[in-house]
Design a protein around this ligand. Structure first.
Ligand SMILES: Cc1cc2nc3c(=O)[nH]c(=O)nc-3n(C[C@H](O)[C@H](O)[C@H](O)COP(=O)(O)O)c2cc1C
Length: 161
């Protein structure tokens, strides 16, 4: 079995939950990305600061990652959608670690929109990307199907061996 890691950022827990489910199904390690400075948790600042950083593809400094990325053959990325883009922490990760060619799958978590644009952008940046799935947060009715999508993604990744 290939040595895999699920690398994700989550601000409010939805992507974290999906990352944990996927890592368990794959028997993969899991790494959570955290920025040194957090964006505001409430009010206008939450969307203004987070959305702005995402929109302009900013790369805020990340807290140290304990895992050595060199030991993995495949990386699966998980990100919320912010302003129709991936989160700034993912930009920072891809900038700090030259692992783009190991990323075989991406899962996104949104309120219900923006996945297409985000995936179009990531597909351009990740040459080995083969599989993806779009999940929604727990406020969206469609989130009842999240686990099915995660199962399908896990099967695709494992059958791609
Ligand atoms: C700063 C910010 C921007 C967001 N932008 C979008 C968006 O453009 N489209 C969308 O459908 N949801 C958007 N959302 C909602 C999140 O994508 C959604 O709640 C996601 O599941 C959160 O993942 P998390 O719980 O792992 O942080 C945004 C949320 C935040 C905080």
């Amino acid at each position: 079995m290939k040595k895999r890691v699920v690398v994700y950022y989550s601000f409010e827990g939805n992507t974290k939950k999906a990352a944990e489910q996927l890592a368990e199904k794959l028997g993969a390690d899991i790494v959570e990305l955290r920025t040194v400075e957090e964006i505001p948790r409430k009010g206008f600042g939450k969307f203004f600061v987070g959305g702005g950083l995402a929109l302009f593809k900013k790369c805020p400094p990340l807290q140290d990652i304990k895992s050595d990325m060199d030991k993995y053959e495949e990386i699966i990325l998980g990100t919320p959608i912010w302003a129709g883009k991936c989160t700034p922490a993912i930009n920072s990760f891809l900038k700090a670690y030259p692992v783009g060619e190991k990323v075989v799958a991406v899962f996104t978590c949104s309120g219900g929109g923006g996945n297409k644009g985000c995936m179009k952008d990531l597909s351009r940046r990740l040459s080995a990307l083969k599989y993806s799935t779009a999940l929604t947060d727990s406020r969206n009715q469609a989130s009842k199907d999240n686990e099915l999508h995660i199962q399908k993604l896990a099967e695709d990744i494992m059958h791609g061996e």
